[in-house]
Design a protein around this ligand. Sequence first.
Ligand code: NAD
Length: 479
Amino acid sequence: MSVILNYINGRLQQAESKETLEVINPSTGKIYTSAPSSDHRDVESAVDAARAAFPAWSALSIDERSRYMINIADKIEERLDVLAIAESIDNGKPVKLARAVDIPRGAANFRFFGNAITQFASESHDMGTAINYTLRQALGVVGCISPWNLPLYLFSWKIAPALAAGNTVVAKPSEVTPMTAFLLSEICIEVGLPAGVLNIVHGVGEKVGASLTSHPKVKAISFTGSTRVGGEIAKVAAPLFKKISLEMGGKNPNIIFADCDYEKMLNTTLKSSFANQGQICLCGSRIYVERSIYEKFKTNFVARAKLLKIGDPLLPDTNIGAIVSKVHYEKILSYISIAKEEGGRVLCGGSTIHPEGLEEGFYIAPTIIEGLSNHCRTNQEEIFGPVVTIMPFDTEEEALHLSNGTDYGLSATLWTSNLTRAHRFAKELEAGIVWVNTWLMRDLRTPFGGVKKSGVGREGGYDALKFFTEQKNVCIDFS
Ligand code: NAD
């Protein structure tokens, strides 16, 4: 397995300190490679390279920039299998998920923003004897910081619009899952991306992320990760007047009415609860079910969750792979204990699994808990694992009240065939994204982000391109 290196000024290199971090395969619990443990010196070199590359990159024609993006997308698609296996080993996710979602969506991010930039227009406003027009100009050097749960997918979600808009980038992937970011740097070299346009610096958040956030020459930070770290970044970036976009944690409701398409709801709820071992910020971890179907749902949902195949992420029929790291595995287990202390009844799962030959890996069975109040810690704090709670409700008002009863507001899913109710709920739910009779259906043109403690700002479509550009109003008097 390749040793991971930084990608700075077009070259692959070790950290200045020559120190490395161990990278663990969560399915075996064993170290399988290493990544640079970079610090402020590597960030400094990357920012210098990005500053030097900015004038030429931002001056390229949109067609030329777009072509680089599309070439990167093509290469990601060509390497679908290699990248999917790498993502699975690095993260513990089932390879079939990486093959169907993570890697194709990574390619789609480059393709989408490579095309979107060719359609990104500015406005003009006629005042009779004067005209106003808006210039949208690249910011300069921007920082992109991403988490471990969808490594290449979320890394490229930030890098692609930033580059397409003409910025140069210093990017920091999660130290927990650095492999596909490294493979992306090899792709960038292969397509001949000019040196310094994209720089990828590996290492821990407290060193690399913090140096990037506090660097005076970095004009904007796009961050996806926990609400705690998002708050740290906001504190550091605010007095430096950087633009920030924060995509943070969630505790999303999944609201099920008796009049829904039951089979579709059940199949999708299994995914929205346990896909990627529940480690998707959009997973629905609080499930509210109309009382008339609560018992039926409980029986069917528990039975179906017990059928999910847990084990080696590289096997083609695995549904539930490994939890990303030992630290996170222990965090999830501690929340299962908290749920029990709070009076929760564990209907299935609740325990670790030790597949044969992978006894040191980090596996937790899909866990369904009932009997908890809405304001207990289990229902208020983000667990980010294969753990959901179920709770009955009687009225629409109650369902809405329960759904909105957390500090988070990323997404919500609603199951009903009543059109007017769907519209009423969509309007009242405190969330950045509302799915009705579906989950995780994404269109890259739409605004993506959360409210409350789930996010500040929106990414996706022109919102991302607007974030990565500065608007300038030009007013010309021709009277
Ligand atoms: P995290 O906040 O621990 O880390 C995210 C990134 O920030 C990593 O690259 C990390 O190294 C870096 N970082 C850590 N400390 C830093 C600091 N002081 N300054 C700058 N950077 C720093 O999050 P995680 O554990 O990697 O990911 C899980 C979290 O991400 C969950 O809360 C999940 O909900 C959230 N998430 C949100 C979205 C969304 O779109 N809203 C998507 C995916 C994940």
